[in-house]
Design a protein around this ligand. Structure first.
Ligand code: 13P
Length: 249
């Protein structure tokens, strides 16, 4: 049985005091359910967040990690640093990093490996842009993004990883994939992993991300290959995020 996971990607939002308030409200609103829950605040608030989350069931994640272990990489944050401040997860390959900061499939694969080398659980984000979907290339694009990582780390590494399918056209647009569209790509991803290792493919969690709200979460999470969600905007409102976690439990 795959335990559902709901992770909040706060992106570049909030203030130090706002982070504390949001975490306090979130802890007050969290349902007692079976779903696992994580939040990914901005780097500079991770230490505060770790302190506030201590003793709670909510896990901490980062939004990105450097592919290198240490050294002269101005502005970068290593996996060891993230682990040191209490992170359990880190996102890798979010579409905003790929599109706005030029992260290649190859760099994302190296970030995935760097995260795991520090015992962080990478949440590998994949997904197609609208033009790719409209030209029927969704599986090709998602397959390429997945294969790039498989080539570097091998399928066994997915025993300690999470995949997030985030169609780029659904991120922050209010236009969510239909449950059928999500299930189709999730089944494709699982099948791609199954071709290499059926046991690992059966245990890896595949999250859906893109305009998930309290109102549509249950339907999407009800699909057989959807194991939870990666939530952007709605993770910045405690009640809304708690309701999404409840929908997964
Ligand atoms: P939204 O939930 O705001 O569409 O963002 C999704 C996302 O990018 C999570 O990583």
């Amino acid at each position: 049985m795959r335990r559902k996971l709901v992770a909040g990607n706060w992106k570049m939002h909030g203030t130090r005091s706002g982070t504390a308030e949001l975490i306090e409200s979130l802890l007050g609103a969290m349902p007692d359910g079976q779903a696992e829950c994580a939040i990914c605040p901005p780097f500079v608030y991770l230490t505060d967040a770790a302190r506030l989350l201590r003793g709670s069931p909510v896990l901490l994640g980062a939004q990105d990690v450097c592919a290198e272990a240490q050294g002269a990489y101005t502005g970068e944050i290593s996996g060891a640093m993230l682990r040191d401040v209490g992170c359990h997860f880190t996102l890798v390959g979010h579409s905003e990093r790929r599109a706005l900061y030029g992260e290649s499939d190859e760099l994302v694969a190296r970030k995935f490996a760097a995260a795991q080398s520090q015992q962080l659980v990478p949440i590998l984000c994949v997904g197609e842009v609208l033009a790719e979907r409209e030209s029927g290339r969704t599986h090709e694009v998602v397959g390429r993004q997945l294969d790039a990582v498989l080539q570097v780390v091998g399928v066994a590494a997915f025993a300690r990883a999470v995949v997030a399918y985030e169609p780029v056209w659904a991120i922050g647009t209010g236009r969510t994939a239909t449950p059928e569209q999500a299930q189709d790509v999730h089944a494709f991803i699982r099948g791609r992993l199954a071709a290499r290792d059926a046991n690992i493919s059966g245990s890896v969690r595949i999250l859906y991300g893109g305009s998930v709200k309290a109102g549509n979460a249950a339907e999407i999470f009800g699909q057989p290959d959807v194991d939870g969600g990666l939530i952007g905007g709605a993770s910045l409102k405690a009640d809304e995020f708690a309701a999404i976690v409840a929908a997964a439990g």
